[in-house]
Design a protein around this ligand. Structure first.
Ligand SMILES: NC(=O)c1ccc[n+]([C@@H]2O[C@H](COP(=O)([O-])OP(=O)(O)OC[C@H]3O[C@@H](n4cnc5c(N)ncnc54)[C@H](O)[C@@H]3O)[C@@H](O)[C@H]2O)c1
Length: 372
């Protein structure tokens, strides 16, 4: 199979889908890999590194002639016309529910879309989201550190345990991949950390891994309200259903927050668990609502493009190899976990959540593969 790795064009997106050592694995399995010029440069992987393992360095036009487009972010409007071949495979974060215009374009072009974020594993987890979740949680806490700094417009609070000063209170909602990343960093610096979650199982797991300065509470409305009042930073790490209309923190609740407190919305769901959340960019990352500073950057892992690219590339490689080795039909047929990520096939929408949110007819991928 011919695999194309384009350079990402989203604002401040510097990750690359595959690092040279993983490209070597694809080439070793008999595939041709085309890497767009400078695709990995900002992540610390240069054209010569890819050429050294046998990749072809090509321009943007050529990379999109590949059978499989292997990238990082969703397809942006100025990239729609790059997809000229019916049946071309796109393996990337697609976020189809949140980007209906992209979904229509990809269906019209009959692109086969497989979304990293919806691929599952035997434990029902999301193995291609998890590595970036850890990075986003850690990066979300680092953003709080940065925007608390006086010179960055913050209240000048150092988010760590300092002798003679009251210890900051970091409230983390959700202790999955992102929440654990945030909690690991926040607790390591000695902060008082409270984690709120609805899953006792998730909390028990986190409890056994995190230190004693982390307490766990059920995410009841009462506990949310109680902790909003004492938090110096709230970090939202909840996996919120896109179809939900309610919120965990309402606009009015912000009035209860301490002066100078901030919200980091790692989950970054517009009008989601945090009613006042709207996603932001690295160029313009923060805004105020009701006097509360909000940080809601949608691609936090790109802040650490080198580390994130290694994690993402290593996590996606087995699936890319399976698609390339078997062909996409057989891979989808054999691997129900990969199939869970199938978003578009031959102009049809196959991801239930995207169909529910956008009103498309749902084509069950389990039934679809029986026709292959
Ligand atoms: N901004 C970014 O750059 C970035 C990067 C990666 C992931 N994300 C997003 O972060 C979100 C969380 O991802 P994750 O990998 O941590 O998910 P996850 O499934 O690992 O964890 C989510 C946690 O939220 C808990 N939860 C669900 N509903 C809750 C509620 N009502 N109250 C309290 N807790 C609740 C779950 O029990 C679970 O422990 C996702 O929406 C993901 O897309 C954002």
């Amino acid at each position: 199979m011919i695999i194309g790795i384009p350079k990402e064009t989203k604002e401040h997106e510097y990750r690359v889908a595959s690092i040279p050592s993983d490209v070597a694995e694809l080439i070793g399995a008999g595939h041709t890999v085309m890497v767009e010029h400078d695709a990995g440069a900002r992540a610390g992987y240069y054209d010569e590194d890819y050429a050294a393992v046998g990749a072809q360095i090509v321009d943007a036009e050529q990379v999109y002639t590949a059978d499989l487009i292997y990238k990082v972010k969703e397809v942006l409007p100025h990239e729609y016309d790059c997809y000229k071949r019916e049946g071309q495979i796109l393996f990337t974060y697609i976020h189809s529910a949140a980007h209906p215009e992209q979904s229509v374009e990809l269906m019209n072009r009959k692109v086969i879309g497989i979304a990293y974020e919806d691929v599952t594993d035997a434990e029902g987890r999301l193995p291609l989201l998890a590595p970036m979740s850890e990075m986003a949680g850690k990066g979300g806490f680092m953003a709080a550190v940065r925007f608390k700094e006086t010179i960055n417009g913050g209240d000048g609070m150092m988010l760590s345990r300092v002798c003679g000063v009251e210890t900051p209170h970091i409230v983390i909602i959700g202790c999955g991949g992102t929440g654990m990343g945030a909690a690991e960093y926040a607790s390591a610096l000695g902060n008082k950390v409270t984690i709120l979650d609805v899953s006792r199982k998730a909390m028990q797991r986190a409890h056994s891994l995190l230190p004693a300065n982390v307490e766990f509470l059920q995410a009841s409305r009462e506990n949310v309200l109680k902790n909003i009042k004492t938090a110096d930073v709230i970090i939202n790490c909840v996996l919120w259903q896109k179809t939900r209309k309610d919120h965990m923190i309402y606009r009015d609740d912000l009035k209860l927050m301490k002066r100078g407190a901030m919200i980091v919305d790692v989950a970054c769901d517009d009008n989601g668990a945090i009613e006042t959340c709207r996603s932001t960019t690295h160029d313009d990352p923060v805004y105020y609502e009701e006097g509360v500073l909000h940080y809601a950057v949608a691609n936090i892992p790109s802040l650490y493009a080198h580390t994130s690219s290694i994690l993402l590339s290593n996590a996606t490689l087995p699936y890319t190899l399976e698609i390339a080795n078997k062909g996409v039909k057989q891979a989808l047929k054999d691997n129900k976990y990969l199939r869970a990520g199938l978003s578009f096939w031959d102009g049809k929408a196959t991801l239930k959540e995207c169909c529910d949110v956008n009103g498309y007819e749902w084509n069950n991928p389990d039934e679809l593969v029986k026709t292959f």
